[in-house]
Design a protein around this ligand. Structure first.
Ligand code: SF4
Length: 280
């Protein structure tokens, strides 16, 4: 799904394309800086005039992402603003859901999982991210979004002015589909009640759906596609739902970071917050 990889590094590039390739890559690096990924200096790596850097050819592959680890402090903290009151005991409800997920055998994914991945974060979060399902790293650690895509998601959250522990992160299915395949409809149907209960317990101000699977699961419309729906303010039981691209897709398709970042900036604006000043 979504294999529209532009593949700027594939094929033979003539000299006429070199400047445009460099311009594209510089834009990606600047966008990475917006995401807080300041491991490369675009000016140093990509000369604006013709000439070679230390690398014989520009390599449009996304560079390794380095995000400083932050200690997890699951402190619910007080809610602010005039939002609807949260469930009386969202933390205990989330703990209860996690325990039920750990024992769940409602679909075939239980047979191949190492750990269940119920979700984690602030029980009083105003912002919830929903992905598709655990991957290999998540399956091993029992935590959502801890692989390469998770590092990018963490950087995106920080670029929005949040700490990862300020938000809540969950998936549609709580057990890893073998080979990271897309969960089947029966698996989604079996697992979705857990996510629904999590969202009802947290009652965030806004939900961000990352990719097709959470978009379709939360809207109940299997015909929707993320490319057409991203950036639109939809609704989940009275809570705004904004779909955007999954971080794993962004890793495969760096140009998609730009529209995704526009979506996330709209979320920040919706929440009445300001983007943090670009540092360094
Ligand atoms: S994916 Fe969900 S429904 Fe299936 S076994 Fe895991 S927790 Fe249960």
């Amino acid at each position: 799904m979504g294999n529209d990889v532009r593949g700027p590094g594939s094929g033979v590039r003539g000299p006429d394309n070199r400047e445009s390739v460099l311009a594209d890559l510089r834009e990606q690096l600047l966008l990475d800086q917006d995401f807080g990924l300041e491991f490369l200096d675009p000016q140093a790596v990509l000369p604006t005039s013709r000439g070679r850097s230390h690398s014989p050819e520009p390599t449009p592959e996304p560079p390794p992402i380095i995000v400083p680890a932050r200690p997890r402090t699951p402190d619910p903290g007080p809610r602010t603003g005039g939002d609807p009151p949260p469930s009386p005991l969202p933390a205990s409800e989330l703990t209860s859901i996690a325990a039920q997920v750990a024992a769940c055998r409602a679909c075939g994914l239980c047979q191949t999982r190492t750990n269940t991945v119920p979700g984690e974060g602030n029980p009083a979060a105003e912002l919830v991210f929903v992905g598709e399902g655990p991957g290999a790293d998540e399956d091993v650690q029992g935590r959502p979004f801890v692989g390469a895509a998770g590092e990018l998601l963490t950087a995106m959250i920080q670029a929005m002015g949040f700490r990862r522990e300020d938000v809540y992160i969950a998936n549609v299915v709580k057990c890893r589909p073998p080979g990271n395949r897309t969960p089947e409809s029966g698996e989604v149907a079996a697992c979705l009640p857990y996510l629904n209960r999590q969202l009802l317990a947290i009652r965030p101000k806004i939900i961000v759906a990352l990719g097709n699977t959470p978009l379709r699961a939360l809207t109940g419309d299997d015909k929707l596609g993320i490319t057409a729906q991203r950036g639109k303010m939809l609704d989940w039981r009275g809570i705004p739902l904004l779909p955007t691209f999954h971080p794993a897709y962004l890793l495969r398709n760096p140009p998609a970071k730009k529209p995704c970042w526009e979506d996330l900036k709209a979320v920040v604006k919706f929440l009445g917050r300001e983007l943090p000043k670009r540092g360094g």
